[in-house]
Structure formats: structure tokens, C-alpha cells
Design a protein around this ligand. Structure first.
Ligand code: GLA
Length: 765
């Protein structure tokens, strides 16, 4: 809701408020946090006389004001605010001096469309604060509240009203001046197969700058980050969370000044960026997403999750149950035949899978990652019946058919490159860097965008394809495009080209479920999620690594957005062996599937997988659409626990996982969250099995009564009832874990990396 009260603009959501007041020709930021009844008087920065060295902004209207001490919605540049301004623009005279004066304040019925950029939908009114500088350049600061998810979306729109060209050099999407310091900054950094590692650091003096320069939002540093007050934890304390609706290189900037204030900014990566606007032209920054929680990090995550589900994720898919898929990549890599794929599909169908996905290697000369990208003709050596023939075979098994593509790239060994070498991004002189033997296609060129749209359209119309995994496997380098007069535009223009292709292909194929991917989570962001409801989170499918990666990503992304698969052991990324049930228990908290050679598993494993799939289908809505809470952090302990709770709080599921066993270690009560304190819940453990070989030479002691030792044995069973209040405020005491002694029905056998899922059902009131 947007309203004006006693001269204060109030941008409010259910529990948060952002307050701004005019101060002369400035827009002063008064408060962002818990909702208040505002009053400009007590909230204003008090400045009656300058600090000795201050540069006074305008002696005529507010004697003491140095911009350096005021919270600002948009900082005038070179006017005494020595913190980093959100916008830096070279004016027609070559200077960057810019005195942004607030000229107009208006409430628009909705946020204006940002040309070529993905945007959140379903917001209401939008506050526009319109600034103008001495050249007649206008900037609109736009604010849209999303009530029920406590999110405020911000961005700037720059209009060149100066009559001469100007060049934008730094285009952040917002600046937020918090009148406090001492925050803890949590960033989500990582690498390939190690995405979303939360790293928390205290902010003392100076600026923390982070982000990506790779051409994608990147696994090195996701645009999601958090600022928490010192004692905040998962469930208590004040926490701000920030994200961008953007998939390209980005920068985040958190600056603590000498007067105990904190400036926060995020937007397009300024390194190498220059965007000249001709007179009359407009530039939109990507939308930024801000939330505040007084209920710790889980509170901020809950708001972000709701926002993504209701206002980012394509409407068509927001409450659609995602199919149980089987992907052939780790089963066959490039070495598949049509026969092998059909065998795999046959086995998968028998186990209960719903969708078969053919990964990399089906097209052109693609026998390895050395060649073929750029081409879309079917490789008939591998698939003699073509895609439609294969799809028909898959459908005969009762499965839907899905396909992998990597359209943004080209191998030099491909028909496309031979025909159009100039379509690949190359430096004007010298050699381009190769990565995975491939080059990036120049999506700054409309011709290349059109080629991709048409090729993809043809392929997707050539067979009954219901799902697409859209991959992108390298960072950008050698950024130069002969289509651009100004090379500083490259990174952002490429992104706009990418969004055009995404928009057009998804518009033409609205019933295809698209899953983004970039060597796993190298482009896991809200920009992609505006088009694709899910993204392959990581190539690392080791159960414990996934517990960590999914925990980190859950800080800002709901589980329905995360592609999560059960894969073989030893795991292909870590060479680690984890129990099959643990791999399942972790993967069900996401868009779930299997990525292993199901034709090669033992009968016991096959039976176990069939039971897993049947169980998952019964509880799929809870896992994919329930509200997720983090309970125990795998980054701080040897354990990980999460839970999901249904919207009406009558159902919940809890994951408990351990990493390395320390025999006879403490098992404190496990406190749950999100339940109805007044309801009574029935708690049961999901029926699970463990590989008997875990007992090694102890197997006879473990099963003295059995003649032939089975491949798998059932884990403990049994349930109990408890009130929501007990479960949340006292916590549940779990059964003892095996610690070298006592194999008894009441002892939980939990070797390294084992897990359990508990299911909670509210009893009728
Ligand atoms: C990337 C993806 C994998 C797989 C391969 C295929 O690494 O992340 O899941 O699709 O490409 O080449």
C-alpha cells in the first residue's frame, strides 16, 4: 500500500514500511524496517550546523545540510555525499556532476514496463519520485510494495531530456541508506558444484563490494544477500534480504560510513559498462527486491519464497506439480544409443517415473563436448528414428519426453560456426578464450537471436516435448560485438538479447516446462525464474553437499525452483558413498528426479526406488509447495534439518541428516517451526531402508537370526503424537542413535550421511 501521511510517503506491506519525506529538493529516507506510524520530525536526520569539513549542499534552505549525513533516495553526484552514488552519468559537458532535485512525486497504477527486462508481476500501485538535474536529465525512482510477502521492488528509470547524448557509467537499481551500522553481511558465494555457500562477515568501516563479472549471475556470487543485526539468528532478530531480477553480471555494494550509517546498493556490474543515451532515450535498471524481517533469517526467506512463487515464477506453473523425471546424463553421458535410452525409459516407467529427459549429445556432430553446439539437427547415428521416433517410444512407455539444449553457445567444430564464424563472440584482434571447447554466441545481434528463436521453435515443434533443460556452460570473455558501436554496452545488451530469446521461445511454447541450468547453479536467479519455474541447482548431487547447497539457496529461493536429483554412488562429483535413502530424503525438497543408470541397479535398490517414488507422489504437493524452514544448519554443525509446512499447517515433513558420525554424541531436542501451536500432530517416520553392507564384518552380530542376509534392512518405525507448541518450543527428543553398541529396535542405525524424514499430520480438531 502506498499513502502519504503528514508529509511522509509510506510504502507499506503487511509488516514492513519504507518511509520517505521531502527535504527541500531532496528525498530523505527516514526508515525502512518494521511498520510504524511515521512522523517526519523525529525521524529526520538533525543537522543544525555543519561538521567542520563538511561540504554544505545549499545554505539557502537548510543551513547545516551536508548530503554526506542524510539518508537519500538518489544521491546528487559531486555535491558533498562522499559515499558511492547509485547512478553515475557523464553529462554532455563531460563532467559527472549532477544535482538531482526532486521535482515531482506521483502514484502510478502499476510499475511501468521496463523495456526488454523481466519484471515481477501482480504488484499494485507504484510510487514514482521524479528527479531532474541541471541538464534536464530525469530519473524516476520507482517503488512497488508486494503486500502479503513483505517485499518492496525498486528500480530507477533514466530519461535523457538534455538534448545531447549522456553516458551512464554506473546504474544501480536502488540505494538504501540505513541509519545504523554494525550489520553482519551474508553473501552466497561458491564455485561449480559448490554453489550457495553462505559466508557471514561483520561490517566495520569501508565498503564491501561483491558480485559477478562473468556474464551471468554466477556461482561465484549470487545476487542474493542478507544484512542481519548482530544477534539475529534463523528465527529472531532483524534481517534484511536483497535480490535482483537480473541474470547478468551484477554488483552489490554495502558501505559503512564514519557516522554509523550503512548504504546498500545493487545493480548492473559497472566494470566495463557504458551506455550512451541519445536525447529522448530511456534506460531502465533491473528490478531489485528488498525485504525486511523482524523474525530472523527464516522470516526473510519466507517472504522471498512467497514473492518468488506468487510474483516471479511464471503464473502458468506456480501451482503445478512437477513431474518425477529421469535424466540420462549421469547414466550414459554422451555414449547413448536409442536402444539404451528406451531401456532406461522402460525401467524408469516401471519404477513410477513420469518424464524422461534426454540430455546433451542428441544433435549435430555432438559425440563429445568438443563439437556440435550451435546445430539443432538430430544426430541420426545415435537416434536413427529421430527425436519424434524416440519420443514416440518414450510415450509408449507411458512417460512424457523432455530435451536438453544449450542454445547460447557454439563449438568451432559445428555447421553453424562454419557458416557464421562472425556470430561467435571474438575479440577484434587475437584469439578468444575457449571454455569447455566452446564460444559464446553474440546475442547482441538480432540476427543471432532470430536464428535461435527459429531453431528452438522448430525443434520444440518437431516432437511431443513437454520439458526443456536449457543449459549454459561457460563464462563470457573477449566481450566485443561488431553489432555495437559502443562496446561498453556489451554485457547488458547481450542480456537483453538473451531475455528476448527466452521470452519469445516460452511465449510460443507455454505448455513446456522449462528448467534453467548453467553447469548447475551458475545462473540461478530471479531473472531466469521469470521465464523458467525451476533451475538445476548444482551438478553436485552428493546428498550431504546437496544438503548444504539447498540450505544456502533456501535463504532466498523456494524449493519448487530447485532441480534436485538422486544420483549413483560413488557420487560423480565427490566420489562419496551415501545411502540411497539419504539421497532421496534431500532431493524431495525440490523439483525431484533421478539421474543414474536405473537399468544397472540391484532388485533391492529398484524396489526401494519404486517405493520412494510412490511415497513422493503421495506427498509431492507438501514438498514442492509447502513453506520451508531451516532448523539446523549444515554450515555450523554436523547435521542438517529442514521442514516444510502446508499452507493450512495441517501437514509437515521434517528432514534430519547427519554428516560424519561421532558415536554417542549429544542429541538435543529438535525444535520445529511453522506449526499451529494449538493443534496436536501425529508424527511418523517415513519407512526407509539401509544397505546391510554398512555393517561390514559385524553383519552376523546385527542379524543373528537371519539365514540369508538381505541387501537392505528396514529402519526403525513407530510414531507419537505431540502438540505444535511442544514441537516448536520444547522440541522433540529423538531416539538414541547407534554408537557402537546396542542394535535394538529402538536404536536408530544412522551411519555417516544418513537421513530420516518425519511426516506430521494434524489430528482432527
Ligand atoms: C552441464 C549440466 C549437466 C549436463 C551437462 C551436459 O554440465 O549442468 O547437468 O547437462 O552440462 O553437457
Amino acid at each position: 500500500m502506498i499513502r502519504s501521511e503528514r508529509g511522509v510517503w509510506c510504502i507499506e506491506t503487511e509488516r514492513t514500511g519504507y518511509y520517505i519525506a521531502r527535504r527541500g529538493d531532496l528525498a530523505e529516507q527516514l526508515h525502512y524496517g518494521r511498520k510504524i506510524r511515521p512522523d517526519a520530525g523525529p525521524l529526520r536526520e538533525k543537522l543544525a550546523s555543519s561538521y567542520c569539513t563538511d561540504a554544505i549542499y545549499d545554505e539557502t534552505w537548510d543551513a547545516g545540510v551536508s548530503l554526506h549525513h542524510v539518508g537519500l533516495e538518489l544521491s546528487p553526484v559531486e555535491k558533498g555525499d562522499f559515499r558511492r552514488p547509485a547512478l553515475e552519468i557523464t553529462m554532455p559537458d563531460g563532467s559527472r556532476v549532477s544535482d538531482w532535485k526532486l521535482r515531482e512525486e506521483k502514484v502510478l497504477p502499476a510499475s511501468p514496463e521496463a523495456d526488454g527486462l523481466p519484471q515481477a508481476y501482480g504488484g499494485g500501485e507504484c510510487l514514482a519520485l521524479c528527479f531532474e538535474n541541471e541538464w534536464g536529465v530525469r530519473v524516476e525512482a520507482l517503488y512497488t510494495p508486494y503486500d502479503e510477502c513483505d517485499v518492496i521492488v525498486r528500480r530507477y528509470r533514466i530519461l535523457n531530456g538534455s538534448g545531447a547524448p549522456i553516458t551512464i557509467r554506473r546504474a544501480m537499481s536502488y540505494q538504501l541508506d540505513l541509519p545504523r551500522s554494525g550489520f553482519l553481511l551474508t553473501t552466497l558465494t561458491g564455485a561449480w558444484a559448490r554453489e550457495f555457500e553462505p559466508k557471514t562477515q561483520p561490517l566495520a568501516a569501508g565498503a564491501a563490494a561483491f558480485g559477478s563479472t562473468t556474464g551471468a549471475s554466477s556461482h561465484y556470487c549470487n545476487p542474493l544477500f542478507l544484512l542481519s543485526e548482530k544477534n539475529a539468528d534463523e528465527n529472531a532478530g532483524e534481517v534484511y534480504a536483497f535480490n535482483l531480477i537480473y541474470s547478468g553480471s551484477h554488483q552489490e555494494w554495502v558501505e559503512t560510513d564514519s557516522f554509523g550509517r550503512t548504504r546498500v546498493e545493487a545493480g548492473i556490474q559497472p566494470e566495463g559498462f557504458a551506455w550512451t543515451l541519445a536525447p529522448g532515450e530511456v534506460f531502465d535498471t533491473p528490478e531489485a527486491v528488498l525485504t525486511f524481517s523482524g523474525e530472523g533469517k527464516n522470516g526473510a526467506s519466507r517472504s522471498m519464497h512467497r514473492f518468488v512463487r506468487a510474483h516471479v515464477s511464471p503464473r502458468r506453473w506456480s501451482s503445478v506439480e512437477r513431474p518425477v523425471l529421469v535424466n540420462n546424463w549421469e547414466a550414459t553421458y554422451f555414449g547413448f544409443t536409442e536402444e539404451k535410452l528406451l531401456q532406461l525409459a522402460h525401467t524408469a516407467a516401471g519404477l513410477g517415473a513420469e518424464l524422461f529427459v534426454l540430455d546433451d549429445g542428441w544433435f549435430g556432430r555432438r559425440t563429445s563436448d568438443l563439437r556440435g553446439l550451435g546445430d539443432f539437427d538430430v544426430n541420426l547415428d545415435k537416434l536413427p528414428s529421430g527425436l519424434d521416433g524416440l519420443a514416440a517410444g518414450i510415450e509408449r512407455e507411458g512417460l512424457r519426453f523432455g530435451l536438453w539444449v544449450e542454445p547460447e553457445m557454439v563449438n568451432e567444430d559445428s555447421a553453424l560456426y562454419e557458416a557464421h564464424p562472425d556470430w561467435a563472440v571474438q575479440p577484434p584482434k587475437g584469439q578468444p578464450c575457449r571454455s569447455r571447447h566452446q564460444l559464446v554466441l553474440d546475442l547482441c545481434r538480432t540476427q543471432v537471436q532470430d536464428y535461435l528463436i527459429e531453431q528452438l521453435d522448430n525443434v520444440l515443434s518437431s516432437a511431443p516435448i513437454t520439458y526443456v533443460k536449457w543449459d549454459m556452460n561457460r563464462h563470457h570473455t573477449d566481450r566485443f560485438s561488431s553489432a555495437l558501436e559502443e562496446q561498453g554496452r556489451f554485457a547488458h545488451a547481450w542480456m537483453l538479447g538473451f531475455y528476448r530469446v527466452l521470452g519469445e521461445v516460452t511465449r510460443r511454447h507455454p505448455d513446456i516446462l522449462f528448467e534453467g541450468c548453467a553447469s548447475g547453479g551458475n545462473r540461478f536467479d530471479l531473472g531466469v525464474l521469470c521465464f523458467f519455474p525451476q533451475i538445476w541447482l548444482s551438478d553436485d548431487t552428493d546428498a550431504w553437499e546437496r544438503a548444504r547447497i539447498q540450505s544456502g539457496a533456501s535463504l532466498g529461493y523456494p524449493q519448487s525452483t530447485m532441480g534436485c536429483h538422486v544420483s549413483a554412488v560413488p557420487n560423480h562429483q565427490t566420489l562419496r558413498v551415501t545411502p540411497l535413502e539419504s539421497r532421496f530424503d534431500v532431493a524431495v525438497f525440490g523439483a525431484f528426479g533421478y539421474e543414474m543408470d536405473l537399468t544397472a541397479v540391484t532388485p533391492g535398490t529398484a524396489a526401494c526406488i519404486a517405493a520412494q517414488i510412490a511415497w513422493f507422489k503421495e506427498h509431492r504437493v507438501l514438498f514442492q509447495q509447502g513453506q520451508m524452514y531451516r532448523l539446523v544448519s549444515p554450515f555450523e554443525t554436523d547435521e542438517c534439518a529442514w521442514m516444510v509446512v502446508s499452507e493450512d499447517r495441517t501437514q509437515a515433513a521434517v528432514l534430519e541428516m547427519i554428516s560424519l558420525v561421532h558415536p554417542n554424541s549429544a542429541q538435543p531436542p529438535l525444535r520445529l517451526a511453522g506449526l499451529d501451536p494449538d493443534r496436536t500432530y501425529e508424527i511418523g517416520v517415513r519407512p526407509q531402508f539401509l544397505e546391510t553392507e554398512r555393517f561390514g564384518s559385524m553383519v552376523r552380530q546385527a542379524f543373528p537370526e537371519l539365514g540369508q542376509v538381505p541387501e537392505l534392512f528396514p529402519c526403525e518405525q513407530g510414531g507419537m503424537t505431540a502438540s505444535g507448541s511442544l514441537l516448536m518450543y520444547a522440541g522433540i527428543r529423538r531416539r538414541q542413535r547407534f554408537g557402537g553398541f546396542g542394535i535394538a529396535p529402538d536404536v536408530r542405525i544412522m551411519p555417516d550421511f544418513s537421513a530420516r524424514i518425519y511426516l506430521l499430520k494434524a489430528l482432527p480438531e
